[in-house]
Write a protein of this length. Structure first.
Lengths: 317, 292
């Protein structure tokens, strides 16, 4: 029915406006995205295949694929593949951090999203507003708040030593994995909760009542009805937090004073691109960005395919 | 003990456990920020140990207070300039693109739709790197600075504008524009006087979201910054590891927080007013859900 309406609307709108009107309306946006989204992707690959400019000793991009220099890619792949390669260590650490943080976000965020989706009345609006609030507070500001709390003499250390859990203040900000992972969880969990909330909110009460009528306990209703039906919401939430987490370099930097022991792949990219322009540094940075972009697009593809599949299954069932 | 067992046997029965859990979560999510705001009023230099209330870091200190330190005022100014410029450029382009993509059927429309969605699933670090190389090596902008940052923010914001607008556009039938044209309005006039007012709340929401996206942005601003003059507040916070930070940094962050919450409040209020004038239901949920 929606489709029927859309197509009649389409006919009348094409009739109303001059030919090509809507194509022209799209043109500025499409052009902008071609010049500043598509071209930049090409620029990254061209830079990764860039060669040294003899005059300055810095890498410059090769715009013609025929002249692409493989040195930077080769270097990055070697450092990713060999057992003690620099980027292998960082990449595995990034995977570990992101995986742990995402799992914690799901465990931490699910009950909140579930509760709010079942909430009715005045409280619902209040709680939703409070859940949305972190969206509008700068991410860096939220990290800054933790830097203050986790200092040597910060509140966390004073509470923990005061209660006798710690004898001496713990150096949270001196390159500790646990701090960075918890920082990631704190930073990203609001972005996980909202799409999951949207999915749980659409879940119809009838299904749950049917399960109860058929004799299922609340707990098995949750396991066998609610959880499977919210699978797409979980996937959406995971996708939304996972993509930026893989490129994150500011959380690790701020929460460990820039130490390399907790550096993530984003930190490697950032330092390759901006510490020096000498030699192949920027070209290697570009090659690493290319690898990251490919890796992330595989994850995105997996997300799209599995969402489509479970939507199809839901439609069949 | 028996309550504990009851809890595990049926933790979802009365929601009491979940309610407590949710409130704990909210406290955890917001209290650190409240504490950081509080420390902007600290009398001493520390951002961790409370030494009494003062306005030292807001106005008192002649060199280091927010309104007296040129580094801080410059960062605040730069953040605002970027947010306003991005809003002014990205919203019109995005609105036109949303209308175009919703109604243009033909060669290239599918590809354009797909292209529009791609930035939403691209990590910001990738896009920022690409724009950095493009501006430095390809387009003749030797020292991009503010211009580069605006370009980056606009690219990043366009898809959000389209997504916000699209929901509303699909809900509007051709009747209004048909009526306007039957009354003799030429197409552009019908668009301006019949369609745009209906879309006004969504356009307002788009303005608000773009403002918030830009003012909170860090990666793009950082990658495309060329000197101290193009430093924004999030960049200032990032570099605080290297400088000796004092509560004036908290005060600066607090000021930005107040500005962006005020902008969002104004945005929500404006949306409500516009929607009511149209006799439409205000869709404050638009603004909440869209940053996904």
């Amino acid at each position: 029915m929606a489709r029927g309406r859309a197509s009649s609307e389409e006919n009348s709108l094409t009739r109303l406006y001059p030919r090509g009107f809507w194509t022209w309306a799209s043109t500025p946006g499409v052009l902008w995205l071609i010049l500043l989204f598509v071209v930049p992707f090409y620029a990254i690959v061209s830079m990764a295949g860039g060669s040294l400019d003899p005059a300055t000793g810095s890498a410059i991009p090769n715009w013609n694929p025929a002249y692409w220099d493989r040195a930077s890619f080769q270097y990055v792949f070697e450092q990713l593949a060999s057992p003690d390669g620099v980027y292998r260590v960082v990449f595995l650490r990034t995977l570990r951090y992101v995986f742990t943080a995402v799992v914690l976000c799901v465990i931490l965020g699910y009950p909140v999203a579930y509760y709010v989706s079942r909430l009715r009345g005045r409280m619902r609006g209040v709680v939703l507003a409070l859940l949305v609030l972190p969206f509008w507070i700068s991410y860096l500001m939220r990290m800054l708040a933790w830097v203050g709390l986790l200092n040597e003499e910060g509140l966390v250390n004073r509470v923990l030593t005061g209660l006798g859990f710690l004898e001496n203040p713990y150096p949270w900000l001196e390159g500790k994995s646990v701090t960075v992972i918890l920082g990631l969880v704190y930073g990203y969990v609001p972005f996980f909760i909202l799409p999951l909330f949207a999915a749980l909110d659409r879940l119809q009460q009838d299904y749950l009542e049917a399960a109860w009528d058929l004799g299922a306990s609340s707990f098995s209703t949750f396991l066998r009805v609610t959880l499977p039906l919210s699978k797409n919401g979980i996937l959406a939430g995971v996708a939304i937090i996972m993509l930026p987490m893989f490129g994150d370099f500011y959380t690790a930097y701020l929460l460990s004073n820039g130490r390399s022991s907790t550096a993530m792949i984003g930190n490697s990219i950032q330092s390759l691109l901006f510490e020096t322009t000498f030699g192949y540094a920027q070209a290697r940075g570009a090659a690493l960005v290319t690898v990251l972009a490919l890796f992330v697009s595989i994850l995105t593809l997996y997300y799209i395919v599995s969402t489509a599949r479970s939507t199809r299954e839901a439609a069949r069932a | 003990m028996s309550t504990l067992r009851a809890l595990f046997a049926n933790p979802w029965r009365k929601h009491r456990f979940l309610a407590a859990y949710t409130w704990l979560y909210i406290v955890w999510a917001l209290v650190p920020v409240v504490i950081a705001v509080g420390f902007s009023f600290n009398a001493g230099r520390s951002r961790s140990v409370w030494q009494g209330f003062s306005l030292e870091w807001w106005t008192g200190n002649p060199d280091l207070a927010v309104f007296n330190d040129p580094v801080l005022t410059s960062a605040i100014r730069q953040s605002l300039i970027l947010a306003i410029a991005t809003m002014a450029i990205a919203t019109p382009i995005g609105v036109a693109l949303a209308l175009g993509l919703a109604r243009w059927r033909g060669r290239g429309s599918g590809t354009s739709n797909f292209l529009m969605l791609l930035p939403l699933v691209t990590p910001e670090i990738v896009l920022a790197t690409g724009i950095f190389f493009t501006l430095v090596f390809l387009y003749p902008v030797p020292n991009p600075g503010t211009l580069g940052q605006v370009v980056g923010h606009v690219t990043w914001s366009i898809p959000y504008v389209v997504v916000v607008l699209r929901g509303r556009i699909f809900g509007v039938g051709p009747e209004l524009e048909e009526a306007a044209m039957d009354l003799g309005a030429p197409p552009l006039e019908a668009l301006r006087r019949a369609l745009l007012p209906v879309l006004a709340p969504a356009i307002f929401a788009a303005f608000t979201i773009v403002f918030a996206l830009s003012i909170d942005d860090f990666v793009t601003s950082q990658f495309l910054s060329t000197d101290l003059a193009t430093q924004t507040v999030p960049m200032l916070i990032y570099s605080s590891g290297r400088t000796a930070p004092n509560p004036a940094l908290n005060a600066t962050a607090t000021l930005m927080l107040v500005i962006s919450l005020a902008a969002i409040g104004a945005g929500l209020g404006g949306m409500r007013v516009l929607a009511r004038r149209q006799g439409l239901q205000a869709e404050s949920s638009d603004i909440a859900n869209i940053r996904l």
